[in-house]
Design a binder for this molecule. Sequence first.
Ligand code: AQP
Length: 327
Amino acid sequence: MKRVFSGVQPSGNLTIGNYLGALKQFVELQNESEALYCVVDLHAITVPQDPDDLRRRSREIAKLYLACGVDPNKATVFIQSHVKEHAELGWLLQCSSYMGELNRMTQFKDKSEGKQSVQVGLYTYPVLMAADILLYDATHVPVGDDQKQHIELTRDIAARFNGRFGETFVIPEPQIQEFGARIMALDEPTKKMSKSAENEGARIAILEDPSVFKKKIMRAVTDTENEIRFDEENKPGVSNLLTIYSLFAGESVDTLVARYQGQGYGNLKKDLVEVMTDKLGAIQQRYNELSDTDELDKILAASAERARTIAERTVNRVKDAMGLVRL
Ligand code: AQP
């Protein structure tokens, strides 16, 4: 059976990019595969963090998974640091990874650019991500387009390990949607929308109030043509809005382009706000109903237990393969 693993960092308020590129797929995949969805808090500490924010956000993200439709009876929803094998396998794999391959990671280059000092964890982050995936023998990893390079590295690390120590890991496939895998920033549509970007106007959080995201959509950068056409190269702003609209409304871009022919950008933006108010409103309502922390903690504890059983088996297999003594 297909086994799916994916995670989201509690490094900010989740955006509609995280939702459309990842969480929406999580919900669809839980019905056709064995799914494990993780709040990857150990990844969030690779950049400076506020302890209280991290604690709050980790629970918030778990709650958002559920509010977006992840069913804890179908999927295993847990916090990464509750399963110590992530850190353990991370180290074992660091000893099978090379600086040359980590030096090529574009996310590290982007996140370290212009910084005077950079934590070692940010550099070795992709190896921990490989450990997350390989721990669970995941066959598929649903992610947005920005994570493609990290999945490729995971595959390389796993194949090399298998070649050197014998068949140990399942080689996972990235599962990236053909459409909507990269939602762009509203203020600069040639850049990815990111939850930790400095400019608030660049992104929309899943839990944002409609009055706030309305202003951001109405101000979203487009172009001077006023012609509604999907052309990512020449009209990245309008194309991004059409993509977001299409994914939220479940209508094709062609249908939208035909509907808004001859109308200015204003109408498209106004209707997009309505569609988003409707869809995000439903998620926000479920999120608010889930405010009982005890119930959430029970779900997280039971899920971590299930995850731990699989993770322990894998780490033992890896230790045996590498020649570490087990008593
Ligand atoms: N703009 C995006 N469009 C589509 N998918 C996206 N994802 C992130 N941004 C977009 C996908 O969301 C999942 C969770 O991402 P993450 O928490 O692991 O971190 P990230 O990829 O680095 O996402 P952010 O929002 O940019 O976080 P920060 O700012 O903390 O680095 C992943 O599947 C990702 O592909």
